[in-house]
Design a binder for this molecule. Structure first.
Ligand code: OAD
Length: 307
């Protein structure tokens, strides 16, 4: 896309904020780092960068679905570092909420899995969690879904979290008189269970997986539907905040929008692979507070505790 030459400065950005009505906000891990949740690719502090320094040559494997299937222990041994606190959100989350309160937020597409947009009060209909989130977790074997927080203790303890429902079914099965023994429901979907000699099998509960979209999994359908059918046609300004724009398909979104839609980038480091009209480089909390001030709005520069 060609840069729109009329937009250059932070005041241009503030004017656009005041004037535009359907603003798309695309966010990444950079909007949560001020809360102590590391991003992925920042040198020294990023989660992947840290894994590289302790010897993981391919740190994205932590979120690889095939790796998780064969070795869930890798995810469980490392994920504690990126667990959200759920107690407060950042001024940048507050800024997205402010856009919503002003009736200007078209949709926030977040790559973040910390679910803090919801904590900040961004409405579900205006929020697309492109990579899912830690809000819920599902058993890989029986499909039982729980609140994500239920597996947090296991993640913190760096141990694999197993399905409570599977465990109960297995316990019931083992307690039942032998002649009534039927195939344990916990093994319902396991094709390796097809042999007749059930008693040789020791039933295992399913592994819980947070409902994060791992590499190798499809993004939620509503991501594509909402973007192409609703938002790409209506948006009149796009703000991209705190993402390196390295992961597809989110990285491709800005280039799919109509060329007359101004593109603003707010992050610590510049990007060169997308032609933004305005790049506001710095700590995103500082930038959005200043932008809001210049737009004539009030946004406090402080962490915002949950009500
Ligand atoms: P990255 O770590 O790739 O990029 C975060 C960007 O935010 C970097 O460019 C930082 O410079 C910038 N940044 C960090 N803190 C900031 C701050 N306080 N103010 C302004 N900028 C700041 O994270 P994402 O782009 O979100 O997938 O990564 C995309 C996906 O890669 C993630 O969703 C994750 C990962 O694999 C899954 O979780 C499945």
């Amino acid at each position: 896309r060609q840069k729109l030459l009329q937009y250059n400065t932070i005041d241009d950005a503030a004017k656009l904020l005041r004037e535009r009505k359907n603003i798309m906000v695309i966010t990444g891990a950079g909007i949560s780092t001020s809360l102590g949740i590391p991003d992925f690719r920042s040198k020294d502090t990023g989660f992947y960068d840290k894994l590289l320094t302790i010897g993981y040559t391919d740190p994205e494997m932590v979120f690889d679905i095939h790796e998780f299937e064969s070795n869930p222990g890798l995810f469980y041994s490392l994920a504690a570092d990126i667990l959200p606190g759920f107690k407060q959100y950042s001024p940048t989350h507050g800024f997205i909420r402010l856009l919503q309160d002003k009736g200007k937020l078209q949709t926030n597409y977040t790559q973040n899995i910390d679910n803090l947009e919801e904590l900040a009060g961004v409405e579900k209909s205006r929020l697309i969690q492109c990579h899912g989130s830690f809000a819920t977790a599902t058993c890989r074997k029986c499909g039982h879904k729980v609140a994500g927080t239920e597996i947090f203790d296991d993640i913190r303890a760096k141990q694999i979290s197993y399905c409570v429902r599977c465990k109960i079914e297995i316990a019931n099965e083992q307690a039942a008189p032998k002649q009534n023994k039927r195939k344990p429901a916990a093994r319902r979907y396991d094709s390796s269970d097809d042999d007749d000699d059930e008693d040789d099998d020791i039933p295992q509960p399913g592994v819980m997986k947070p409902d994060i979209t791992f590499f190798g999994e499809q993004l939620p359908n509503h991501f594509f539907d909402t973007f192409t059918d609703r938002d790409a046609k209506n948006v009149d300004l796009v703000l991209v905040i705190g993402t390196s724009l390295k992961v597809s398909p989110v990285s491709e979104m800005p280039n799919f929008l109509p060329k007359e839609v101004p593109h603003i980038y707010i992050s610590r480091e510049p990007v060169t692979h997308v032609n933004f009209d305005i790049q506001l480089l710095g700590n995103c909390d500082d930038v959005v507070v200043e932008l809001a001030r210049r737009a004539g709005w009030e946004l406090k520069h402080e962490m915002i505790p949950k009500d």
